[in-house]
Design a protein around this ligand. Structure first.
Ligand code: HEM
Length: 488
């Protein structure tokens, strides 16, 4: 094979380094060309970041890493009602028009779980927490759908105990409303720690939720998986099955999984853990309790924390600019809590309608990701416009229609929780996805965040620091990026 590629000349065996280098160069060129040709083969769908001479898509991928939102905006502007492609850091991805959302959510051959496993290397050792979402037995997905979606009193009490003790530790204990003695906090960090502690109190039980080493392990693992996936993506696909054994981030993932297993083997379940997921899975036919814990942490902690972060920032801004929002919230909370002796019960959650509107509105303007409804075609699929995409094609829908004036009206970019009162937004708001893969954890998140927010709204004044009040609330990432400090 090598002889043929080098034009029939047999390399000098004494010059080992040179021939190895030539071999690598020729193979890379050959495979690069095949990949390049393949990525251009789907030619009827235009590519937004296709540049002349960008043979290995280096420029395209760089642009995606630094300006994904700009690329999506360019694509939507150039091809408003047509699919277009973007070369991403993951692969070549087809973005489908928002108008096809109903078709996507119902299509039986467009699969979400396989898309996640593909993007995040769910088959590699150390990435089991990702692989768990694509497990053919659906253990984790069923666990979330069947057991964690039923919000019980015990869950609400656990959320509340952990949220209030975290807030007491951070701002001082108070039986009622906290006096205004402003604390200038880095809200991002605080919120992440609080969400991790509150969620893991249900996932792994109260003892492990207070254990610093456990908290670090489960939260760090998600970050390590993202870093490891990014490192792996920078290698050619055919080299990944070898290099993953050596890449430091991949090794960190494997070590963390081993550490989590080790910690759980020696952990004796306590009476107070009885209602935790750990207790259900340790004595159930769970494939691996450590993988379940890491999978839940990966799916739940960063996502919920980012949502809570944004809602509190929006409420803090509203308290200066639209104080009626805070008055209306406090009125609603007092009424609902008054009906159940000052305590949140599962039936209270559905009655917190205006709080729900505030959460929804923050999530609309700052969803978790720039695209949603990520799917992979399990076989060749014919799209609504008659074009076909081959098996294995990755598709998604941009998130930006969630703040488009065409869909939401002239004030689409404004944070206005009142817009949901009396209107149905289901089809237009897809931050939790749609169809059969819609996030099954959404009831859990809603309950968790509502419990924390009830504590915060009824116990604290929240303000954006005055010098940052000049910042405009913008869609997607910019506002959160700039306003970190917050006064409590
Ligand atoms: C604000 C927090 C969260 C956001 C924004 C979020 C978002 C999403 C999205 C967009 C999907 C894919 C849906 C689709 O493509 O149609 C998804 C799937 C999923 N989420 Fe969440 N999620 C959140 C919290 C959680 C939590 C707390 C859990 C677990 C307790 C969870 C468990 C899952 C699972 C198991 C899936 C896979 C569902 C399937 O493949 O059928 N998520 N989530």
């Amino acid at each position: 094979m090598l002889t043929r590629l080098l034009g029939g000349r047999v390399p000098d065996p004494t010059n080992g380094d040179l021939s190895a280098t030539i071999l690598v160069l020729v193979l890379s060129l050959f495979i690069g060309t095949v990949l390049w040709a393949r990525s251009r083969s789907n030619s009827s769908i235009p590519i937004v970041n296709d540049y002349r001479g960008d043979l290995n898509r280096v420029k395209a991928k760089q642009e995606f890493l630094y300006n994904a939102q700009g690329l999506l905006d360019r694509g939507i502007k150039a091809y408003p009602d047509r699919p277009f492609r973007i070369i991403t850091a993951f692969s070549d991805r087809v973005f489908l028009p928002y108008a096809w959302i109903d078709w996507i959510r119902k299509h039986p051959d467009l699969d979400h779980q396989a898309a996640v496993a593909q993007d995040f290397f769910g088959d590699y050792p150390g990435f089991e927490a990702i692989g768990a979402f694509n497990d053919p037995n659906h253990f984790v997905v069923d666990l979330v759908k069947k057991r964690m979606s039923q919000i019980t009193q015990s869950m609400l009490d656990t959320f509340d105990t952990h949220a209030s003790s975290f807030l007491d530790r951070s701002f001082g204990a108070s039986a009622s409303f906290h006096d205004v003695s402003w604390h200038d906090v880095s809200w991002g960090t605080l919120c992440f720690k609080m969400t991790a502690s509150v969620a893991s109190a249900v996932f792994s039980g109260p003892t492990l939720a207070q254990d610093e080493e456990w908290q670090t392990l489960i939260t760090l693992h998600t970050t390590s998986i993202f870093n490891a996936a990014r490192a792996l993506r920078s290698w050619r696909a055919y080299l990944r099955p070898i290099v993953h054994w050596f890449l430091p981030d991949c090794r960190a993932c494997r070590a963390q999984l081993a550490q989590t297993r080790h910690k759980l083997i020696s952990y004796q379940l306590k009476e107070e853990d009885a209602n935790s997921v750990l207790a259900w899975t340790k004595d159930n036919q769970s494939p691996d309790a450590a993988v379940v814990q890491l999978a839940l942490a990966a799916g739940a902690i960063h996502t919920s924390s980012q949502l809570l972060q944004q809602v509190v920032l929006d409420l803090a801004l509203a308290s200066s600019r639209r104080p009626e929002v805070i008055w209306d919230l406090r009125k609603e909370l007092s009424t609902v809590l008054g009906e159940s002796n000052g305590k949140l019960v599962p039936a209270s959650l559905a009655k917190l309608n205006f709080l729900d509107c505030c959460i929804k509105e923050s999530q609309r303007l700052k969803p978790q990701t720039l695209n949603n409804l990520e799917r992979v075609a399990l076989r060749n699929v014919t799209m609504p416009d008659g074009q076909s995409i081959p098996r294995g094609t990755q598709v998604a829908v941009a998130s930006s229609p969630m703040w488009s004036a065409d869909i939401w009206g002239a004030d689409a970019e404004k944070w206005n929780p009142y817009r949901y009162l009396g209107s149905n937004s289901e089809q237009r708001h897809y931050a939790f996805g749609m169809g059969r893969f819609i996030c099954p954890g959404r009831f859990f998140v809603a309950a968790e965040i509502k419990v924390v927010l009830v504590r915060m709204i009824m116990g604290f004044h929240m303000r954006i620091k005055p010098e940052q009040l000049t910042e405009r609330r913008q869609c997607w990432e910019t506002w959160l990026g700039r306003v970190e400090g917050i006064w409590f």
